[in-house]
Design a protein around this ligand. Structure first.
Ligand SMILES: [Fe+2]
Ligand SMILES: [Fe+2]
Length: 180
């Protein structure tokens, strides 16, 4: 168990105080959607290497590592509590997990192509592969986020008890103590 600072609440506690797990996840979605807009804009400018590279490198780094903490929060925090009233082998949780896997694979392809681009490749193949995988990743993740925000999280809010919300928040804290 992580130690709390002496003398009261940490900044993180005050920031998440009173928020549901689904609210925190939706706030992360909003940030991710902004990054997807940036990614879409930059993969349209790959021929302008000097202008595109710095922003693309920052986005590639985010989608290579930090972003996946969000999926871990859903898979290890939210979904197991939802399993108690919405078994995952059927219905929306199963569908979300399949989409997570697809997005992980698409991102791996995209990252490999971006690595080629960053190492200097300007070949037509590299550029068209970045656009193909990038477009698939961007549209797939936008759709996925819309389904979670508009359907899955509404189901969660209608069914999760306060005790379950607290357990999920505790799990989030274990997964990413410094990220919130
Ligand atoms: Fe998800
Ligand atoms: Fe999500």
């Amino acid at each position: 168990m992580r130690q709390r600072p002496p003398g009261g609440r940490s900044n993180k506690e005050s920031k998440v105080k009173g928020k549901k797990p689904t609210t925190l996840l939706s706030e992360e979605h909003a940030e991710v959607l902004r990054k997807l807009d940036d990614l879409e804009r930059l993969i349209g400018r790959l021929e302008e290497r000097e202008e595109a590279t710095e922003g693309l490198k920052a986005l590639a780094a985010f989608f290579a590592a930090d972003f996946w903490v969000h999926f871990t929060k859903e898979e290890e925090g939210l979904f197991p509590e939802m399993d108690k009233f919405l078994p995952r082998n059927t219905g929306p949780i199963g569908a979300m997990l399949i989409e997570h896997e697809h997005l992980r694979k698409t991102n791996s392809h995209l990252q490999a192509e971006l690595a080629q681009y960053f190492s200097g490749s300007s070949s037509t193949e590299t550029v068209s592969s970045i656009r193909r995988y990038g477009t698939d990743f961007i549209s797939g993740l936008r759709d996925h986020i819309a389904k979670e925000d508009n359907i899955l999280f509404r189901i969660a809010d209608a069914h999760l008890t306060e005790t379950q919300d607290a357990a999920i928040l505790e799990k989030f804290d274990q997964i990413a103590p410094a990220a919130v």
